[in-house]
Write a protein that binds this ligand. Structure first.
Ligand code: THU
Length: 134
């Protein structure tokens, strides 16, 4: 699947965001090696700390359905009712959580800047991930 289509799926997911506290809505679309897409949106809580980022919602949906091989994730975010102009990169927590389930150097993060798809690897965003030897 091409990056523009994956971004489009993230935009659809963003419409489902529950973000009454920050007013910042995010959508994510996680692509598996088989070509399946798992989407997520941010889900906030009135007690704030349990709030979920769109990326981790998408990952949790995929992992809980047995998926193990991931290729890329597209992310779009902006204040509610605004078109995303700036790229929305995953927060540090999501970078770390994703790192445990992907090949850091191969997995790509797709963002959108002024209507254009941009990609980088997760390794670019998290060069020194914490690794816990199991
Ligand atoms: N958020 C995400 O869902 N993903 C990101 O990559 C950045 C931040 C959410 C968390 C919170 O609900 C809102 O955006 C503002 O931080």
């Amino acid at each position: 699947m091409d990056n523009v289509t994956l971004l489009q799926k993230a935009k659809e997911a963003r419409k489902m965001a529950y973000a009454p506290y920050s007013g910042f809505t995010v959508g994510a679309a996680l692509l598996t090696k088989e070509g399946k897409v798992f989407t997520g949106c941010n889900i906030e809580s009135s007690v704030f700390s349990p709030s979920l980022c769109a990326e981790r919602v998408a990952l949790a949906k995929a992992i809980s359905e047995g998926e193990k091989d991931f290729v890329s994730i597209a992310i779009v975010g902006a204040p509610k009712d605004e078109e995303p102009a700036e790229p929305c990169y995953p927060c540090g927590v999501c970078r770390q959580v994703l790192s445990e389930h992907v090949d850091l150097s191969a997995f790509t993060v797709v963002t959108e800047e002024n209507g254009k798809a941009k990609t980088c690897t997760l390794k670019d965003l998290l060069p020194k991930a914490f690794v816990f030897e199991k």
